[in-house]
Design a protein around this ligand. Structure first.
Ligand code: CDP
Length: 232
């Protein structure tokens, strides 16, 4: 890991649709800069896991206000690379497809967003962070020095997600690429169309299309933008 470049600490906001390569890119760029990586999707996934375990999902669909009771004492935190929900390491559990299917609904609820927004702004207050999600450049840190909007072809994204899931749970338990593509497209629509903090590109965000890029290439694009700001 390199040391921090100069004294100035900045915020790098990376937004984009599902499986566009945000977290891989963000994690590596943060490592190269000696910055903290904050995966806000993992925070929404952790809250979704809590909702699923509570058995209240259907009730919440009828009365979203009920989520406030569940959120009351919820603690979501990072320790190194791991995500903790109320003290329990849920890093693997939040990646399951059952969570992916419901996370857009839970993330659309205003009390959930308000709570996580506050936490995320606290986590990034000292700057020196790379944060990825859907609304980082638009809502969480509109003053981020660097804003990136990562995109990629939906079929390519489905193939990547398929490889990722198959590596974890084996191909027999993994949905097909076509099924994943449909789920990804649906989640993108839900994230783009919701009322609160929808997925959209900030007018200043640089668009990086990762469809044909290697991980090294997409990391280099973001890292170079950061170096321009830090050295400029
Ligand atoms: O990794 P993947 O692209 O599947 O998604 P993620 O980054 O883990 O985010 C999961 C879901 O959380 C998204 O589909 C959004 O519904 C929600 N989310 C959000 O609403 N706002 C954020 N800043 C980050 C994620």
């Amino acid at each position: 890991m390199e040391t921090r470049i100069g004294k100035r600490l900045i915020i790098i906001a990376i937004d984009g649709p599902a499986a566009s390569g945000k977290s891989t890119t963000a994690r590596i760029v943060a490592g190269k800069l000696g910055y903290t990586y904050i995966d806000t999707g993992a925070m929404y996934r952790a809250v979704t896991l809590k909702v699923l375990r509570s058995g209240m999902l259907d009730e919440l669909r009828r009365d979203a206000g009920l989520v406030a009771g569940l959120l009351g004492d919820t603690v979501v935190e990072f320790r190194g690379d791991r995500v903790y929900l109320d003290g329990e390491d849920v890093s693997e559990a939040i990646r399951e497809n059952s969570v992916s299917r419901e996370v857009s609904f839970v993330s659309s609820l205003k009390p959930v967003r308000d709570r996580l927004l506050e936490l995320q702004q606290k986590m990034g207050a000292a700057r020196g962070v790379v944060m990825d999600g859907r609304d980082i450049g638009t809502v969480v840190f509109p003053d981020a020095e660097i804003k990136i909007f990562l995109v990629a072809d939906p079929h390519e994204r489905a193939k990547r997600r398929h490889a990722e899931l198959a590596g974890k749970v084996g191909s027999a338990a993994t949905p097909t690429v076509e099924e994943l593509e449909e789920e990804i497209r649906q989640r993108d629509r839900d994230d783009e169309q919701r009322t609160h903090a929808p997925l959209k590109r900030h007018p200043e965000a640089a668009v990086v299309d990762t469809s044909l890029l290697t991980i090294d290439e997409q990391v280099a694009r973001v890292y170079d933008l950061a170096m321009n700001v830090l050295e400029g």
